[in-house]
Design a protein around this ligand. Structure first.
Ligand SMILES: Nc1nc2c(c(=O)[nH]1)N[C@H]1C(S)=C(S)[C@@H](COP(=O)(O)OP(=O)(O)OC[C@H]3O[C@@H](n4cnc5c(=O)[nH]c(N)nc54)[C@H](O)[C@@H]3O)O[C@H]1N2
Ligand SMILES: Nc1nc2c(c(=O)[nH]1)N[C@H]1C(S)=C(S)[C@@H](COP(=O)(O)OP(=O)(O)OC[C@H]3O[C@@H](n4cnc5c(=O)[nH]c(N)nc54)[C@H](O)[C@@H]3O)O[C@H]1N2
Ligand code: SF4
Ligand SMILES: [Mo]
Length: 706
């Protein structure tokens, strides 16, 4: 019994192996969360495992080639060179990027440990092109960045999806494998589903209503809804009085934000705004679920905050069918409270960005490497990330990584990023590791946990991510500790292996033996449950977990109210510079960020890098379906084929990210057409509070390619 670790959904799998080959991958019908669902990507777990291009032994750069090297020799040399940089330039000269797949194994915890061992402010993660706005809003509203409410999709009577496409992504931060089935079930039980998205997405096709908001218009849509709720006295005053503070400040803020005033700025009719508000209040239970479409915006944190506000004031916070906090098997939110969390402790060198969660936004990474002076990064470790492809960086990160004194990548491929490394340290394949995910249950729409049994024994000498990361961390220890005899060092590292730590976290967690006595669950039980362990539906937990000092929900944090007010008082700048279309992102069912395109079955057909364009926009530019077009922004240009479709709002275009592979070790991916959309996105355009890259809404022009 295994699980797919390609995305957060972690669907349960049956992997059939015969003669050393994966012969079949199916969904596990007994899985307590995914119930047999898998998406087409699941079979890529086999493709990746057998991919001849996957790196299987450590590689060392020799000139412009890589050659195999032994682990011990690699770690010894890496240690020497990292310490040399630190001795010469200080620990600030060390940098690290932790990428998305880190969160899909126990490796993430060890990645964070390694980042602490580096003792550098120059730590970056994929969160700053992803969910940081939700975390910042949660910190202000609930007192902890880990307290992001989850959508109770399986019980809600009204689901409003804002900037997410779970029919393709299967949900993120409200993890809902088989999202299509769960969405259809809402309608089957008489509920309603609304999708707010500039594109009529795969999810919108399942909904009762599609609201084609203007990219970036959500802030005004939600302020208008809040106005209606307050003006028409539709709030659940009892719930608000019991849970929260700040309602008076909100009323003052939105006094003039009528649907009529908000409509042009949201790109949504006033009547629609008014009805959305009334129906949210009237529903037996309702939840607004917002995700990446609203995070990757200059207003990401504000929209994330208003989503929390609207759910709370309609009585849909901490109630079944609304949004709730999970009761995960390992109490990660509680542990998170214990970790010193000092936002704004330091800034990047330009002084523009304050740290959040002990990290700086990834958009400054290239500058921190290239700009000379004290604190300049001179050595980098990248772990499970491909920032050259994933981050807007004006094409500078390529040169930046080349200019380093030293670079190590913990990765199993030679990618746009790792090709610059001096060493590539590959972990075993996901099918070769036993694991138990403790992070994903924090955001699952039902409390569950499952064990990942490996399908293959690891190859001799193969290391898992956590072991590689710990061995790197040991190399950075002070001299007396580092010089411990090798057997002692190995014993020390294996003593803190993830399964052992997980057993401890389970025992001390809300469902564990230490809290629940003999009724509590154990790791042995989790390990032997073929479909995972079901720990029940979400339950009210606000009073138990809230982390604000006064233990109340803060509906109106001062800095958010002030920022929202200045948006209300401002006007949308007129565009007269020739860039007349707004570009948004789009995820594809058989793509996974930047790294699945080397599995041939995951490419071709509809899974191509194209630009979606409304027929009116195409006609006015004389473009026909399939034409190659030049897409230009103020900072870059790319060429891609155009896909003309009425599914996208006029004035908006959409391109997927993670394409355009060239000069990598991915022999198949390198042959595919496509371009890196991040060449169009300005790294200076960010969410104001967190520095999260605001890639959605970039102004572009589109014309026939010459
Ligand atoms: N324009 C635009 N850009 C985006 C987005 C967007 O919507 N639009 N989305 C953003 C989002 S949400 C995210 S999360 C980021 C993701 O961006 P990144 O953090 O860069 O992650 P990936 O692109 O998934 O790159 C994964 C890398 O990890 C390696 N890898 C895979 N599994 C493992 C493993 O188990 N161990 C190790 N050591 N390595 C592994 C792969 O080989 C690959 O090199 O992209 C972001 N970039
Ligand atoms: N198949 C597949 N699944 C994935 C991934 C993948 O690459 N492929 N990546 C995984 C990762 S790392 C993540 S973070 C999750 C993300 O999961 P989702 O958040 O569901 O991501 P998207 O499918 O990109 O959906 C974002 C939606 O926001 C819309 N949008 C853009 N701008 C705006 C706006 O201004 N307002 C509104 N209201 N909508 C807007 C876009 O049109 C798009 O439909 O998916 C995960 N699952
Ligand atoms: S949704 Fe697809 S990629 Fe994600 S875990 Fe499930 S099968 Fe894997
Ligand atoms: Mo993501």
């Amino acid at each position: 019994m295994s699980q797919c670790t390609l995305c957060e959904a972690h669907c349960g799998l049956h992997v059939t192996v015969s003669g050393g080959q994966v012969t079949r991958i199916e969904g596990n019908p007994d899985d307590v969360l995914s119930h047999g669902y898998i998406c087409p990507k699941a079979t890529a777990m086999g493709g990746l495992h057998h991919d001849p291009d996957r790196v299987r032994t450590p590689l060392r750069r020799v000139g412009d080639r890589f050659e195999p090297v032994g682990w011990d020799e690699a770690f010894a040399d890496i240690g020497r060179r990292l310490r040399a940089v630190r001795e010469k330039n200080g620990s600030q000269a060390l940098g690290m990027y932790l990428g998305n797949p880190a969160a899909h194994s126990s490796g993430a915890a060890y990645g964070f440990l390694l980042s602490r061992a580096l003792r550098t402010p120059n730590f970056f993660t994929a969160s700053s092109i992803d969910q940081m706005p939700h975390e910042y809003a949660a910190w202000k509203v609930f007192g902890s960045n880990a307290l992001i409410p989850v959508t109770d999709i399986d019980r809600t009577q009204r689901l409003v999806i804002l900037g997410a496409n779970p029919a393709v992504s299967n949900g993120s931060l409200s993890i809902m494998p088989g999202a299509k089935r769960r969405i259809r079930a809402i309608r089957d039980r008489g509920g309603t589903v609304v999708v707010v998205d500039p594109r009529r997405t795969e999810t919108a096709r399942l909904a009762d209503q599609h609201v084609a908001v203007r990219p970036g218009g959500d802030l005004f849509l939600l302020l208008g809804m809040l106005h209606v709720l307050l003006a028409e006295k539709l709030c659940d005053t009892r719930a608000v009085a019991e849970q929260a503070t700040g309602i008076a400040e909100l009323a003052y803020l939105v006094a003039d934000a009528t649907p009529e005033a908000m409509a042009p700025r949201a790109g949504v009719d006033a009547d629609v705004i008014r009805t959305l508000a009334r129906e949210h209040a009237a529903a037996e239970s309702a939840a607004i679920y917002a995700r990446i479409g609203i995070c990757q915006q200059p207003t990401g944190t504000l929209v994330s905050w208003l989503v929390m506000v609207l759910n709370a004031v309609t009585g849909n916070l901490d109630r079944a069918g609304g949004t709730m906090f999970t009761t995960p098997v390992a109490d990660v939110p509680r542990l998170a409270k214990r970790i010193p969390f000092r936002p704004g402790r330091y800034t990047d060198r330009s002084g523009r960005y304050r740290s959040f969660r002990s990290e700086l936004p990834a958009v400054v990474m290239a500058d921190e490497i290239l700009t000379p002076g004290p604190g300049q990064i001179r050595a980098m470790i990248t772990y499970a990330g491909n920032p050259v492809s994933s981050i807007p960086q004006r094409g500078r990160l390529d040169d930046a990584l080349d200019s380093l004194d030293f670079c190590v990548a913990v990765d199993m491929y030679v990618t746009e990023t790792t090709r610059h490394a001096d060493y590539i340290l590959p972990p075993v394949s996901p099918l070769e590791r036993d694991d138990v995910s403790l992070l994903t249950p924090v955001f699952q729409v039902r409390n569950t946990v499952r064990f990942q049994h490996r399908s293959f024994d690891p190859p001799p000498g193969g290391l898992e991510d956590w072991e590689i990361l710990m061995r790197l961390a040991v190399e950075l220890l002070p001299r007396p500790l580092r010089w411990m005899p090798r057997p002692l060092r190995s014993r020390l590292i294996s003593a803190i292996n993830p399964l052992r730590l997980a057993a401890l976290a389970v025992a001390t967690g809300p469902h564990g033996r230490l809290r629940r006595g003999r009724r509590g669950i154990t790791m042995a039980q989790i390990r032997s449950s073929p479909g995972g362990v079901d720990l029940g539906p979400l339950r009210p937990r606000l009073r138990e977990v809230i982390a604000t000092e006064d233990r109340r929900v803060h509906l109106a944090p001062g800095e958010f109210v002030a920022a929202a007010r200045s948006h209300l008082q401002g006007t949308d700048a007129a565009k007269d510079d020739g860039y007349d279309l707004q570009l948004v992102g789009r995820r594809q069912l058989r793509s996974n960020n930047s790294w699945l395109h080397n599995v041939p079955s995951m490419t071709g057909g509809s899974n191509r890098c194209t630009i979606l364009m409304n027929p009116d926009d195409a006609a006015s530019r004389g473009l026909a379906d399939g034409d190659i077009v030049c897409v230009a922004s103020a900072i870059g240009r790319i060429e891609v084929p155009v896909d003309v479709t009425a599914d996208i709002r006029a004035g908006t275009v959409a391109i997927p990210h993670g394409w355009g592979h060239r000069d990598t070790g991915w022999r198949h991916a390198d042959t595919l057409a496509g371009a890196n959309v991040n060449e169009l996105h300005d790294p200076d355009l960010v969410d104001t509070f967190t520095g999260t890259a605001a890639v959605n809404g970039t102004w572009v022009s589109v014309s026939a390619a010459q």
